[in-house]
Design a protein around this ligand. Structure first.
Ligand SMILES: [Zn+2]
Length: 170
């Protein structure tokens, strides 16, 4: 039996089909793994983005603008006020450059207005610490009237004695 070229091609296709079958299943699986890894990488990068954010964007802008989402290389930044949105758009090239310099694979930046439900805990902590009575660099040093030890002045003002004496009293 002689095969016409059309039949021959069909036969070849059939054979190729059979040959590729396990490969296709495998590639499906590896696609799936890639997706998983991709998702994980995406999560990782948004997490490190949050971490690097103040140094990428600067502390002033960082207080008013923050990363909202990061999808397919497009970073969406939320700004609390149109004024900050303008500032962001204005320094977009520098931010893109800074992001890339920090190893973030960013293709583009989008900016949208965004009102946070609550501020970041790190911010609150830094505010609390900046007002903390034990900050010698903020409040200076005074001798404790109780034990005469040089102590943070903020503590003396607040408690009338040093933190050590206060703790002993409690
Ligand atoms: Zn004391």
């Amino acid at each position: 039996m002689t095969l016409t070229s059309k039949q021959l091609n069909q036969k070849l296709d059939q054979l190729k089909e059979q040959r590729d079958q396990p490969i296709r299943v495998f590639s499906k699986l590896s696609n799936c793994l890639e997706d998983l890894q991709g998702n994980w990488e995406k999560d990782k990068s948004i997490a490190t983005l949050w971490q690097d954010w103040p140094q990428i964007i600067g502390s002033q802008l960082g207080e008013h603008c923050w990363p909202i989402s990061f999808q397919r290389g497009v970073l969406t930044i939320g700004a609390s006020h149109p004024q900050w949105r303008q500032a962001l758009l204005y320094s977009r090239p520098e931010i893109l450059h800074s992001l890339r310099a920090n190893g973030h694979q960013i293709k583009d930046i989008r900016v949208q207005q965004h009102h946070p439900k609550k501020s970041k805990p790190a911010e609150n902590e830094s505010i609390i610490w900046s007002k903390h009575p034990s900050r010698v660099d903020v409040h200076g040093v005074k001798d404790c009237p109780n034990c005469s030890r040089p102590s943070p002045a903020g503590e003396i003002i607040l408690w009338g004695e040093c933190g050590f004496c206060k703790r002993v009293r409690l």
